[in-house]
Design a protein around this ligand. Structure first.
Ligand code: A2P
Length: 272
């Protein structure tokens, strides 16, 4: 091949950035968090997701899955919360990453769990099950959430107490955060619930809403969401978002999107 031919050959840009793992934290044998470097050109809005993955084995194409970014939009590193599935195509391998390893990341973040997709209101409910907490770790660490809403309620429902990842963040660390600490002290409510072992609060969100307990616990009048004041973001399993969306709609709230902000928005948490 001549030099001219080499220069004329099309340069195939990789659709993925190669990022370095900064730290890994294992919560349980089913759940872990990790952080990777953030490319200088990478912009995202708090609550968005991006494709994360690893190169395929033996030259196969990369294995990529959608992951909510758990860090807020201005953070220097990108943090993720992941399930571990022993025979999962990605997480069977991803769960073994170590600091210094390379992880692939898509170039275009996107998603609907963003402040711009909900209308202004008084209260912002961020309700997730399992790894569905991830986008709300981002939104609840963003000063914009506290500027737009008087109260930010982070609801997390898990099967076992050990799966209440980031409990220390929401019960202590966030209050020391230089950007949102003061706002969090007066505006943030952390509302964890466990379904399969004893805990200070038990039961699914659907039941806590139907019984009125959620509203009583928050000192709210009336046992329903209120379309004037309440905005809701949901992230979790398919069943969870389906049942919650039906319940929320029965209270008169309307789903929103980036194109048309509404009263609530939802996204399925990554599984597998
Ligand atoms: P439960 O233990 O009663 O099934 P999973 O790990 O299956 O994604 O579940 C995470 C949490 O979400 C569990 O506490 C589970 O409660 C709860 N959950 C699962 N499905 C629903 C649903 N359809 N509505 C409300 N909560 C749900």
């Amino acid at each position: 091949m001549t030099t001219a031919e080499v220069q004329a050959a099309p340069v195939k840009a990789s659709p993925f950035n190669e990022e370095t793992v900064l730290w890994v934290k294992h919560w349980t044998d089913r759940l872990f968090s990790f952080a990777i470097t953030r490319p200088a050109s990478f912009r995202f809005r708090s609550g968005e997701f991006v494709m994360i993955g690893l190169p395929g084995e033996d030259g196969a194409k990369p294995v990529m899955r959608a992951y909510s970014i758990a860090s807020p939009g201005f953070a220097e590193e990108l943090e993720f919360l992941s399930i571990k599935v022993q025979d999962g195509p990605l997480t069977s391998r991803l769960q073994h990453i170590q600091p210094g390893d390379t992880v692939l990341m898509g170039k275009k973040p996107t998603g609907t769990l963003v402040l711009d997709a909900v209308k202004p209101g008084k209260r912002l409910f961020l309700i997730g099950t399992g790894t569905g907490l991830a986008p709300f770790l981002s939104v609840a660490r963003d000063p914009d959430a506290y500027a737009r809403f008087g109260q930010v309620i982070v609801g997390h429902c898990v099967r076992e107490v050990a799966e209440l990842a980031y409990r220390d963040l929401f019960t202590a660390e966030i209050f020391e955060d230089p950007l949102v600490g003061d706002e969090a002290k007066s505006q943030l409510v952390y509302y964890p619930t466990v379904t399969r072992e004893p805990f200070e609060r038990q039961g699914r969100f659907t039941d806590l809403i139907n019984s009125g307990q959620l509203f009583r616990d928050l000192g709210l009048e009336g046992a329903r969401f209120n379309r004037e004041d309440d905005r809701i973001m949901l992230c979790g399993s398919m069943d969870f978002i389906k049942d919650m969306a039906a319940l929320i709609e029965s209270h008169g709230l309307v789903e929103g999107s980036n194109a048309e902000p509404g009263d609530y928005v939802l996204e399925r948490a990554f599984v597998g």
